[in-house]
Design a protein around this ligand. Structure first.
Ligand code: ADP
Ligand code: MG
Length: 380
């Protein structure tokens, strides 16, 4: 097993300290699980298509010990503790933890009460998957306490079950798979039809490149309703084409309805762009993916119509300041964008993105540099 990521180790020590101060003893173990960004392949997962996430060096750590009753602590927001009498009907942030314990039990991996202290630096609600990070860290901690050795694919399925059925958020399997399965220095190409995957080298530093992640800090407006309506458009287009999913739609397919045809063009084109990205990265020419990232953004903005003023502002400003490519990432309507830049230009791009937001009266974006980090691993 690889060494703990440096950042995860630091967060692990902080989680352990939080556990001690809350529960008065050392935890038995601690697991770290990262947030993620999707390099390319957006709104393709529910169309049986291709995605390509990589893990971010932001982690949630769950420090845990067996106990007589459930006790959940998280260091966020000044520190919160919830002591649910049982696993049923827990709401708010603690629902993610109760949900994971519930989903483990439902899946035949019996887990009893535990004390859990969570500590995370994955920004919440930024589209970087803080929810999957906490689910996966908690799942591996509980499995570890009870001696269950759960394969990572199966763990992803169980964490998703918690989010879909207990918390009630209709997400795909991308986030949990990324948090559990991604590897350092690689992006993970995944085929959502059969969940097969391939770890593709993604060595930014070797090429003098940096990937900036821009959290626009914009509220997700209408995201749920719009997401549902895009899914419905795709299902309708597939039905009209007589295919099981848009994954099967051929290049240039059309159904004779302007809106549906634009949705279709996005999905077909995006799958091709993911395949092209894989080919370019395997050839080692990382900078060459820039144009594909930008083409993905244009398609999401114009054909799929899921971008926002904040995301467009960040992408346009980054490209204007010399980024090799930039796109919104995640579901859209807020959240984060990514920009591939020459390392030497990173500061200039960051400044341009901040100035563009200020000039339009938008919230100040938070920019960080991301390297493809290690998926979930034990830190204590
Ligand atoms: P995202 O996954 O894009 O960050 P979500 O809305 O899916 O956004 O998940 C955010 C929610 O996850 C928060 O509102 C909170 O309930 C929970 N959460 C995330 N991080 C933590 C944390 N460190 N402690 C407690 N709850 C957290
Ligand atoms: Mg989430």
């Amino acid at each position: 097993m690889p060494e703990p990521d440096h950042r995860a180790r630091t967060l692990g020590s902080e989680a352990e300290a939080a556990f001690r101060s809350e529960f008065g003893a050392a935890p038995a173990l601690a697991w770290a699980a990262p947030g993620r960004v999707n390099l390319i392949g957006e709104h393709t997962d529910y169309n049986d298509g291709f995605v390509m996430p990589f893990a971010l060096p932001f982690y949630a750590v769950a420090a845990a010990s067996k106990a007589d009753a459930w006790e959940f602590h998280s260091t966020f927001d000044g520190g919160r503790t919830v002591r649910p009498g049982s696993l049923g009907g827990v709401e708010g942030w603690a629902a993610y933890l109760a949900g994971v314990a519930w989903a483990l039990n439902e899946s035949g991996y019996e887990v009893g009460p535990a004390r859990i202290a969570l500590h995370s630096d994955v920004p919440q609600g930024a589209g970087l998957s803080s929810s999957a990070a906490i689910e996966c860290a908690v799942l591996l901690a509980l499995a570890g306490l009870h001696g269950h050795d759960i394969a990572r694919d199966e763990a992803a399925r169980i964490a998703r079950k918690a989010e879909n059925e207990y918390v009630g958020a209709p997400t795909g399997i991308l986030d949990q798979s990324a948090s559990l399965l991604c590897e350092a220095g690689r992006a993970m190409f995944m085929d959502c039809r059969d969940l097969s995957r391939e770890q593709v080298p993604f060595r930014l530093e070797d090429e003098g490149l940096t990937m900036l992640v821009v959290d626009t800090d914009a509220p997700h407006r209408h995201a749920d309703g719009e997401y549902a309506s895009r899914r419905a458009d795709c299902e309708r287009a597939a039905e009209l084409l007589g295919v099981a999913s848009l994954r099967e739609a051929p290049d240039g397919a059309a159904v004779g309805d302007d809106r549906l045809d634009r949705r279709l063009r996005h999905v077909v084109g995006e799958n091709r762009r993911v395949a092209d990205t894989v080919a370019i990265l395997k050839g080692g020419a990382v900078a060459g993916i820039g144009e594909l990232l930008t083409a993905s953004h244009v398609s999401l903005r114009d054909d799929y119509e899921v971008s926002s003023v904040e995301l467009d502002s960040a992408v346009d400003a980054a490209l204007g300041a010399g980024a090799l490519g930039a796109r919104m990432t995640g579901g859209g309507f807020g959240g984060s964008a990514i920009a591939l830049v020459e390392a030497a230009a990173a500061r200039k791009v960051e400044t341009a993105v901040a100035e563009a937001a200020a000039a339009q009266g938008l919230p100040a974006p938070r920019v960080s540099a991301a390297r493809p980090a290690q998926g979930a691993h034990r830190v204590h």
